[in-house]
Design a protein around this ligand. Structure first.
Ligand SMILES: C[S@@+](CC[C@H](N)C(=O)[O-])C[C@H]1O[C@@H](n2cnc3c(N)ncnc32)[C@H](O)[C@@H]1O
Length: 252
């Protein structure tokens, strides 16, 4: 497997030396693609904060935090009760050891169902969120709440990234995403990041439809060797699929 890079030196140092030492579930492949998406944003004048629901011990959050530009903040949200109350200390230790050595990270111990976009804006004023990772509880109720919160806080050119999509353990989550997208026809999935294994599952990346071509083209240029040629069939459109080994079945 190739260890892809994001092109942001601080992120890539963490991905190569730290990422797998921090307990968590998101794949290194997905973290590199998420940070690359943030690099593409920064290079094209898209500024804003990041937020993550379901920070756990900080594996994915630290990668995103390293991709922030000066003046941007990272809001790490978790109720920090699972699997035990010590998780918040392990998160803060990982952040201190592997994270940026400044005050860009904001730790928010909260139930995401009690949050509003205004609460996030008060914590990190001046900008909206340009990359929002939704990785909290995997019930329809939580996912709908968390997607609504993410969209309410999102910059118009921002990206919502959903974890554990198409996971065999949570087969009905895609129905909630489909219902949300039907209620918001201005949004589209522009990229599916394929899973690494069953504990490092696929992610959907979503943006407003007028920015789909921008993100798709830039990610295809960044990772041509990982583009799965058939794309993801959403019936009305196709989305980019990035896979570690983007092979097709042999039929001859
Ligand atoms: C699968 S873990 C996240 C893994 C992490 N994002 C990673 O990539 O390594 C899910 C997290 O969501 C948190 N969570 C679940 N329900 C929540 C809620 N309602 N509000 C805030 N956090 C929640 C859990 O405490 C847990 O830490």
């Amino acid at each position: 497997m190739t260890n892809i890079q994001s092109g942001i030196p601080a992120v890539d140092r963490y991905l190569d030396d730290g990422y797998l030492a921090v307990r968590g579930m998101s794949s290194r492949f997905a973290a590199a693609i998420a940070a690359t998406t943030m690099r593409i944003q920064s290079e094209n004048g898209i500024a804003g904060h990041i937020a993550e629901i379901g920070t756990f011990e900080g594996r994915f959050f630290i990668a995103l935090a390293h991709a922030l530009a000066p003046g941007e903040r990272g809001i790490g949200i978790d109720h920090f009760e699972w699997p035990d109350p010590g998780v918040i200390h392990r998160f803060k230790e990982s952040l201190a050891h592997f994270g940026p050595k400044d005050d860009r990270a904001i730790v928010l111990k909260a139930d995401s169902r009690k949050l509003t976009p205004e609460r996030l804006f008060a914590l990190a004023p001046g900008k909206r969120v340009r990359f929002f990772h939704v990785d909290g509880e995997h019930t329809p109720e939580h996912l709908l709440n968390d997607m609504t919160l993410a969209y309410g806080a999102l910059d118009p050119k921002g990206v919502i990234c959903l974890d554990d999509m198409l996971h065999p353990g949570y087969p009905l989550l895609a129905l909630t995403v489909d219902a949300f997208l039907r209620a918001h026809p201005e949004l589209r999935v522009f990229c599916i990041v394929d899973r690494e294994d069953i504990v490092a599952a696929a992610k959907f990346m979503i943006c407003r439809s007028e920015h789909v071509a921008f993100y798709e083209d830039a990610l295809m240029r960044a990772f041509p060797q990982h583009v799965w040629p058939l794309g993801a069939d959403f019936l009305a459109y196709k989305a980019l699929v990035l896979a570690i080994e983007p092979r097709l079945a042999k039929i001859d």
